[in-house]
Design a protein. Structure first.
Length: 271
């Protein structure tokens, strides 16, 4: 039987997920389709009722539905509960299971691109939005001893710090540059530096060469932040890999194959 899955969002045209899953479907010669679906907020609950009846095995979920699908699901994984949002749904026996794979996607990408990364070093996270939430949860689960959040809106950083344990603290943006000296990992989870967005202004003079710098922005692939860090000898981790790795659990559930994240996939997604 043909397997069906897709991605829902509003807007949806920008999503790379159809290319990504489409590549895997062809590569593993699977009888299946993965489709982008433009779903507005008012259509969301009806869509979740209808798609399983049409034979869909599951969905990826993007802006603005990640929190709403978490609330509409029948069952949620621990890692979705931690961040109160979901990006992967599986339909089974009339129930909806919600998972959040952003955090493990981030970690898998980090481990693949920066084998030198040491989990026992403190991490500095720029941003306090949905992406930061998933990444901080995953870093703490991995065993990072301390996470410092730096955000334009201090109150949002405080809210996030309260959500986690005492291993998370906040810091004003002005203190981020000198604090780099005490951190083994710097992660940009904001949209700063993305094509069409304002630049990310951060002086990297205090960065050690053994620091790992990671960006979730992947347009451009090599962001100005990563370029600056690389020029200073740091290990850099581009953001496209997180997108690729977060897709693995869904594809495995729906299509029954554990897919590879490799250069061929990168090329297919960027084409
Ligand atoms: P996401 O779910 O992708 O994380 P989000 O929840 O809208 O998206 O969060 C975006 C993050 O980028 C926030 O940390 C935001 O800072 P604020 O909390 O102060 O809004 C940050 N961000 C976006 N544009 C920014 C800008 N021009 N300057 C500084 N920070 C910015």
């Amino acid at each position: 039987m043909t397997c069906l899955a897709g991605v829902i969002g509003d807007p949806i045209a920008q999503s790379r997920s159809p290319r990504l899953h489409g590549h895997w479907l062809r590569r593993y010669e699977i009888d299946g389709h993965y489709v982008p679906l433009h779903v507005t907020r008012d259509m969301l609950s009806q869509t979740l009722e209808t798609l399983p009846k049409l034979g869909f095995q599951g969905l990826n979920v993007t802006i603005p539905h990640k929190e709403a699908v978490f609330r509409l699901a029948n069952d949620v994984t621990e890692r979705a509960r931690e961040v109160e949002a979901a990006n992967t749904l599986t339909f089974r026996d009339g129930r909806i299971l919600a998972d959040n794979t952003d955090g493990i996607g981030f970690i898998a990408n980090l481990r693949q691109q920066a084998p030198v990364w040491q989990v026992n070093a403190p991490a500095l996270v720029l941003g306090a939005g949905g992406a930061a939430r998933g990444i901080i949860a995953a870093l703490l689960n991995e065993g990072v001893p301390r996470v410092t959040i730096v955000n334009r809106t201090a109150a949002r950083a405080e809210t996030l710090a309260d959500l986690f344990d005492r291993r998370v603290r906040t810091m004003p943006w002005e203190m981020a540059s000198p604090a780099l000296a005490d951190h083994g990992l710097l992660v940009n989870t904001t949209s700063l530096g993305m094509t069409g967005q304002p630049p990310l202004v951060l002086d990297l003079a205090a960065l050690h060469a053994d620091t790992t710098v990671s960006d979730i922005v992947y347009t451009p692939l090599m962001t100005p932040l990563l370029k600056d860090a690389q020029d200073r000898g740091a290990t850099v981790v581009e953001g496209l890999g997180m997108l690729l790795h977060q897709a693995v659990p869904g594809f495995t559930e729906w299509f029954g194959v554990v897919p590879d994240v490799d250069d061929e996939l990168r090329a297919a997604v960027l084409a």
